[in-house]
Write a new protein. Structure first.
Length: 317
């Protein structure tokens, strides 16, 4: 019995070492240092993270992405972001030596290189119905461009690696490595989502996938190893107020960590972001299947090199 227990401890230590080597804890990793200006990140203005938790996780709702500045063509319909709207209000020629501005009729053909200023609209149109089940990005974000990037990269990762890389991050930790270094942002609760739309004239929609909500494991490891701060687990039965309970526990842990961390803060922000790297996918897979690993012969061999068939005994390095 003691030998079996010792072997299991060896396996646990080996797995911990693998996870440590796989996790990228450098500032290049958005799980440690999330840059809100990245083309793979879309910050949300509303709803609140508590309302998002309730609607996306608890109610499993599909939410539409509201886009304020929509390019409107001459028929009052939304033009695709890849198409040039049809009503330029001003023309400036770029031909050397010539600088003119003039109004153009819709049927006028432009043969020289031009720059256009297009009409936009904040009004609701039939092709983009808005309702209570929607998320609103922060003003000024290049929403269409970022959404297309998120959808494309998420699809590519699924096809190439079969893993989840697109997340709705609920809550950001404002932290820093040293007292003199700048503050960084790291996501806390990760909700795996899919993003889709029926056509270019329909709104983007997000919905939680079946991969399960998780805590930022890379951040957890970073905080425990470097600062002895424990990132708590989500409640086993989180219910409707699971996120609120989690944030309360985390704030309590930070307050008890000492004056050095007094300036650290939890920002109740939500973002859509590409967060997982191929290595992180391996980390997630190991952590998900960890209870099964000690029952897998190949992992046992990697850990204790038990060659009973060859030596009649078990050799442990």
């Amino acid at each position: 019995m003691a030998n079996i227990q010792n072997q299991k401890q060896q396996l646990d230590l080996k797995i911990d070492k693998w996870l440590e080597q796989l996790q990228d804890q450098s500032l290049r990793n958005p799980l440690i240092n999330l840059k809100l200006t990245s083309q793979s990140v879309l910050e949300l203005e509303s709803p609140t993270i508590l309302d998002l938790y309730k609607s996306v996780i608890w109610e499993e709702s599909r939410l539409k992405v509201r886009i304020e500045d929509l390019p409107i063509n001459s028929s009052g319909q939304i033009s695709d972001e890849n198409q040039i709207p049809l009503i330029p209000t001003k023309l400036t020629t770029t031909k050397p030596g010539i600088s003119t501005e003039s109004s153009l009729s819709p049927d006028k053909q432009v043969t020289e290189p031009t720059q256009h200023t297009f009409q936009t609209s904040h009004r609701n149109v039939d092709r983009v119905p808005y309702n209570a089940k929607e998320i609103v990005p922060v003003p000024g974000a290049k929403v269409l461009q970022v959404l297309r990037n998120l959808q494309s990269r998420s699809k590519s990762a699924t096809e190439e690696h079969g893993g989840q890389v697109l997340f709705l991050a609920l809550g950001l930790l404002s932290w820093k490595e040293t007292e003199d270094s700048p503050f960084l942002l790291a996501p806390l609760v990760l909700v795996p989502i899919s993003i889709s739309r029926e056509s270019v004239l329909k709104p983007y929609q997000i919905k939680m996938t079946d991969d399960g909500v998780s805590i930022n494991a890379t951040l957890r490891s970073k905080l425990e190893q470097n600062f002895a701060i424990k990132l708590p687990d989500l409640p086993e039965e989180p219910g409707e107020h699971g996120l609120e309970q989690y944030l309360h526990t985390l704030r309590k842990n930070l307050s008890q960590a000492g004056s050095r961390f007094a300036a650290w803060a939890i920002q109740e922000k939500a973002v859509l972001a590409i967060l997982n790297t191929p290595y992180q996918l391996m980390v997630n897979d190991i952590e998900t299947n960890r209870p099964l690993i000690d029952k897998t012969p190949i992992f046992q061999l990697l850990t204790r090199a038990c060659y009973e068939l060859l030596t009649g005994g078990c050799y442990t390095w």
